[in-house]
Design a protein. Structure first.
Length: 176
């Protein structure tokens, strides 16, 4: 905690301005090689100047695109993003994608095999039951896929009840 020299308010240690009176607590020190806005002079987040002095973006996919990318190709893109990107929120989305779509694809494959076996054995009622289950799982996967991509793109992570907790443990991040 830092104490403001003007009003005496206690402010968080990393704050630059007092939350009560607006006094500048300490001068803001931009990171070395930071790039600045040409209009207002503010430091541009996620950008820096290279050795030659030209503007360049920091490596990596912007967070607004990395999160939905975890869901784009189901569990496959989730696995890739989990191992390539080390940001906690991206790892959460990747872990959740891997778990959700891994389980759903496995369940669809198993119910499809059971339906095929039931049909070849002449048990049409059981075949129909497995076929309906496989279709319901496929539609659930499609609906979840669309909802999770949209929520991740909006940066409003949807934490699924059981899977979300497992994904948080895998990613080492708490998502609210």
């Amino acid at each position: 905690m830092v104490t403001c020299s003007r009003c005496g308010a206690s402010v968080a240690g990393d704050a630059i301005y007092c939350i009560k009176c607006g006094n500048q607590l300490r001068p803001a020190v931009p990171p070395p090689g930071a790039a600045y806005c040409g209009r207002c002079g503010q430091v541009l987040p996620g950008a820096s100047l290279g050795i030659t002095g030209e503007y360049r973006e920091e490596p990596g996919i912007p967070l607004g695109y990395a999160n939905p990318l975890c869901y784009l190709f189901g569990f496959a893109s989730g696995l890739v993003m989990f191992f390539l990107d080390k940001r906690p929120l991206v790892r959460f989305h990747a872990a959740q994608s891997t778990i959700v779509f891994g389980v759903l694809v496995t369940a669809i494959i198993v119910s499809g095999r059971l339906a095929r076996n039931a049909f070849s054995d002449g048990q049409q009622t059981i075949y129909l039951l497995y076929f309906v289950a496989m279709t319901a799982l496929g539609l659930t996967a499609l609906a979840l896929w669309m909802i999770l991509i949209v929520k991740a793109f909006e940066r409003k992570p949807l934490r699924l009840p059981v899977v979300g907790r497992l994904a948080e443990l895998m990613a080492g991040a708490r998502v609210r």
